[in-house]
Structure formats: structure tokens, C-alpha cells
Design a protein around this ligand. Structure first.
Ligand code: ZN
Length: 248
């Protein structure tokens, strides 16, 4: 697997500016393109979702650090729960039990063939006009029904019952790609599962870091007249030392 290139401060700002208006799936692809320069875009697009998330977490660990901290709300009592995760443990979990590249199972006199979605499928689904159209597109791309003779059944000939069964099996297969975190609420004792979205979490951190960097550039450029490139090339420690002097 190729070597990770951590985000520099200027690289982070450039990505934040370029990808802010993109849909989340495409944002994650751009992050990986930047973070793994040895991998071609095509290679990144066909990664299974667990591998994609594992690389996102690797890039996050190399750029920001090995520990993730976040909070989520208890769905029963609305209390906020703080959590900390080691990126290494997440990467380890994601490296285990990858979903099968394809799956076939019998249903009545038919066979349901499935494959898990990759980023190409998710990019196309995100471009459809609504959720229902996105789901239909994923079904068309990821599911194939074959009759007793192994012939492909055209979409219009598939019964509602068979389609519902295929949809359910596809959802089960897709859920194997998710990062599930189990929590017990400290306030009310409720147990619940949270699905951790590595791309969304990392993007939120990037947005927060970008705003902080822009504030710092703004203050230092205003106080000292230095150009943005020089300010961003400084270490965070040195920038902070100058900022402390402005505020003294
Ligand atoms: Zn609770």
C-alpha cells in the first residue's frame, strides 16, 4: 500500500477551499488523492468502503494525530456523551473481515447476486435528484437477479417481493462496511449504536482547522505584514509565539 503524505497547513487550506462545495463522497476521494499521491484516482474510486475509510483514518492520524475525540447525543435522554478513539484501533478493525467482493444467494427459484458499493456507485447515487432515485440507481448497479437457468431477469420482470428481498440483502451487505460504535449513556444507561462516518468526521476537523488557520494568517499578516505563504510555512508553535506577542 502506498505511503501517506500528511496534510500541511497550506495543503489543508487548499483542500478546504477546493472541496467545500463538493458532495461528501467526492470530498473523501479528493482527500485520498492528496494524501496518497502514489495512487491513481481510478484506483481510489474502486476501493471498497472499509479500505477507503481505513486510508482516510491513516491520513487523519498522520496529519492531526493518533487520537480522535468527539461527542454525540444520547437518542433517549439527549445528554451529550464524549468519546475518544485510537485511530490505530479503528484501522485494525477496518482491516479485519472485509466484505466479500460479490455475493450470491438463493431466493425462491431465483438467485440474487450482489456486490458492495464503491465510491463510483456512491458518487453517481449522490448526483441523483432524491434519496429514492439514489436507492434505485444503487439497486440497478449492485444487484442482479438470475432465474433457474442462470439468465438475468430484466428489471421490469422482477416481482415486488423479490425486489424487497434483494433490497434487504443489499442493505445487510452495505452495513458490513460501516464503523459501528456501541455506547452506554452515562446519564440514563441506554445502550445504543452509532455509525461513525470517517469522511464526515475528518472533514469537520479540516473545516475547523481551516478557520483557525485563516484567523491566524489574518492576525499575523495584519500585525507584521507577512505574506500568507510565509505564515503558513511556519510551525504552529512559532505562529502561536508571535500571536502571543500581539495579544500581550
Ligand atoms: Zn441517555
Amino acid at each position: 500500500m502506498s505511503a501517506v503524505r500528511p496534510l500541511s497547513d497550506s495543503g489543508l487550506l487548499e483542500l478546504w477551499e477546493r472541496c467545500g462545495a463538493k458532495p461528501p463522497v467526492e470530498r473523501s476521494l479528493s482527500l485520498l488523492e492528496h494524501g496518497f499521491p502514489d495512487m491513481a484516482r481510478d484506483e481510489i474510486e474502486i476501493l471498497d468502503i472499509r479500505t477507503r475509510d481505513r486510508l482516510l483514518i491513516e491520513l487523519r492520524a498522520a496529519s492531526i494525530g493518533p487520537q480522535l475525540e468527539g461527542r454525540l447525543q444520547c437518542p433517549r435522554c439527549a445528554e451529550w456523551l464524549e468519546f475518544a478513539l485510537e485511530t490505530e484501533a479503528l484501522r485494525h478493525t477496518l482491516a479485519q473481515d472485509p466484505p466479500p467482493p460479490a455475493q450470491a444467494s438463493a431466493c425462491g427459484g431465483y438467485e440474487i447476486h450482489l456486490r458492495p458499493a464503491d465510491s463510483r456507485d456512491l458518487v453517481l447515487a449522490a448526483r441523483t435528484r432524491d434519496l429514492a432515485a439514489g436507492r434505485r440507481l444503487l439497486l440497478e448497479r449492485l444487484v442482479e437477479i438470475r432465474d433457474g437457468e442462470g439468465l438475468c431477469v430484466p428489471a421490469e420482470a422482477i416481482s415486488a417481493e423479490l425486489l424487497a428481498e434483494a433490497t434487504e440483502r443489499l442493505e445487510t451487505l452495505q452495513s458490513q462496511s460501516e464503523i459501528r460504535l456501541d455506547f452506554v449513556c452515562a446519564a440514563c444507561g441506554a445502550e445504543h449504536a452509532h455509525f461513525f462516518d470517517a469522511g464526515a468526521f475528518f472533514w469537520l476537523e479540516i473545516s475547523q482547522a481551516a478557520r483557525r488557520l485563516i484567523d491566524e494568517v489574518h492576525e499575523l499578516a495584519w500585525a507584521y505584514g507577512w505574506p500568507q505563504s510565509e505564515i503558513l510555512a511556519m510551525s504552529a508553535r512559532r505562529r502561536q509565539a508571535y500571536l502571543d506577542r500581539i495579544w500581550q
